[in-house]
Design a protein around this ligand. Structure first.
Ligand SMILES: *Cc1c(COP(=O)(O)O)cnc(C)c1O
Length: 451
């Protein structure tokens, strides 16, 4: 007789193709199969509990199975699950749009919904492109992105992506983008000042030479996520935005990972008082419950599309589930809880607590760099601390350390040799304490046992 787990595992192997996963590796191990969640923990079908140490890939805000969020969905379900935004509206989509305009940087006044970070990025790119076109400006068709940028996996988003492992194979089918250096102080002997200067100089030169060919720059504000949780030096974002403004290039902030309190401010742009022309949000918008994303635009962008129909300036873009009422209802409930519980304000103290805990491994010989902004943390593991020599990718140090963490009762997913710790914002100190203990123990045991 097969157990329930064995039956599920067999069907998982038979029918599913998992994202970002080499299925040959995956099928050689017993799969983790989640059955339910409660607070900061997920439970597998054996009933084993795991801390959600990466917020189920950077989404979760309040934990799992939250009564208020469940209720918001059930209430909306009793009214209508879905109706379209093509040519009509629905109640939660209106209310959420108003709320988003209220909490995002001043000047972003229009909300265009979609269903994932990648689609919201596509929308921002198409809006920026058509913004110039609609005004009769020809030739501003290119985009600037940053080295190691990640903006999602659809073709447009990959075209402004710059992580060779994910993106290079598709190069022949992508549109070309300009890539400027990302200011990563750890991988540069000159430190923060020099990497900041290198980024700004490169951007300045590019803008001086080619601004008339460039529609927009897209950036992950303050923290580059998938590139390895890399924090920009202070003032970098503000200066980049000012340079773009000066040279007539639109500024797109991709807040999909950094939005909704993750960095200690509601949005990372708030940390440097930057108002982008277009802002992309997703991930934490619904508290990690349902797939809703949005692209916010300034009045100036919106007005470039606002014309008599015959002028053909319409933004012809939409998705079947754009503005889904269930998703918008739970997003509203999540934002309400965030306010009631002063969660963004709370992130600072929690971040300081985590920072103190992680100081214990700061000098560990295989901990190269601990990078943190708010509750977004990356720990880069290295073979030699002094020389910053990296572990060879084939050693899969991050994967092995994450597997050890799972054995110890916490889920996370590494970025190459960088261990990721992105707990739900609602995690309290005791929970963060337990999670960081596992993180530290997994790093020590794997790196010290490795050779
Ligand atoms: C995750 C992410 C995306 C893509 O979002 P999806 O919902 O996975 O499509 C885009 N930009 C950034 C910065 C992200 O972290």
């Amino acid at each position: 007789m097969l157990t329930n787990y064995e039956r599920l595992a067999a069907r998982n192997k038979e029918y599913l193709w998992h994202p970002f996963t080499q299925m040959k590796d995956y099928n050689n191990a017993d799969p983790l199969i989640i059955e339910r969640g409660e607070g900061m923990k997920l439970f597998d079908v054996h009933g084993r509990a795991y801390w959600d140490g990466f917020s189920s890939v950077w989404l979760n805000v309040h934990g799992h199975n939250v009564p208020e969020l469940n209720q918001a969905i059930t209430d909306q379900l009793g009214r209508v699950a879905h109706s379209t935004l093509l040519g009509m509206a629905n109640v939660p989509a209106i209310e959420l749009a108003e709320k988003l305009v209220e909490i995002t940087p001043k000047g972003l006044n229009k909300v265009f919904y979609s269903d994932s970070g990648a689609t919201a990025v596509e929308i921002a790119i198409k809006m920026a492109f058509q913004y110039w076109h609609n005004q009769g400006v020809r030739g501003k068709t290119r985009f600037i992105t940053m080295n190691q940028a990640y903006h999602g996996d659809t073709i447009g988003a990959v075209s402004v992506g710059a992580i060779p492992l994910y993106h290079e194979v598709y190069r022949p089918m992508l549109f070309p983008s300009h890539v400027i250096p990302y200011p990563c102080a750890y991988r540069h002997d000159g430190g923060e000042r020099e990497v900041l200067e290198a980024t700004l100089t490169s951007l300045r030169h590019l803008l001086v030479a080619r601004a008339d060919e460039i529609a927009a720059l897209i950036v992950e504000p303050i923290v580059q996520g998938a590139g390895g949780i890399v924090v920009m030096p202070p003032s970098c974002l503000r200066e980049m935005s000012a340079l773009c403004r000066k040279h007539g290039v639109l500024f797109i902030a991709d807040e999909v990972a950094t939005g909704f309190g993750r960095t200690g401010a509601m949005f990372a742009c708030d940390l440097e008082e930057v108002t982008p022309d277009l802002m992309v949000v997703g991930k934490g918008l619904t508290g990690g419950y349902l797939p809703v994303a949005a692209t916010l635009a300034t009045d100036e962008i919106y007005q470039a599309f606002y014309a008599d129909y015959q002028e053909q300036k319409t933004f012809f873009h939409g998705h079947s589930y754009t503005g889904n009422p269930l998703g918008c209802a739970v997003a509203l409930a999540s934002l309400k809880l965030m306010e009631e519980r002063s969660m963004v304000e709370g992130v600072r103290a929690k971040a300081a607590f985590v920072e103190r805990k992680l100081a214990a491994i700061k000098d560990h010989p295989h901990v190269g760099d601990i990078r943190q902004k708010g509750l977004m943390i990356g720990i880069e593991l290295v073979r030699h601390k002094a020389t910053r020599e990296a572990y060879d990718w084939s050693e899969r140090i991050g994967v092995r350390t994450s597997l050890r963490a799972r054995e110890l009762g916490m889920l996370t997913r590494p970025l190459g040799n960088v261990m990721v710790f992105i707990p739900p914002l609602a995690a309290n100190e005791a929970e963060l304490d337990a999670m960081t203990d596992i993180l530290i123990e997994s790093i020590i045991s794997v790196t010290e046992g490795a050779h």
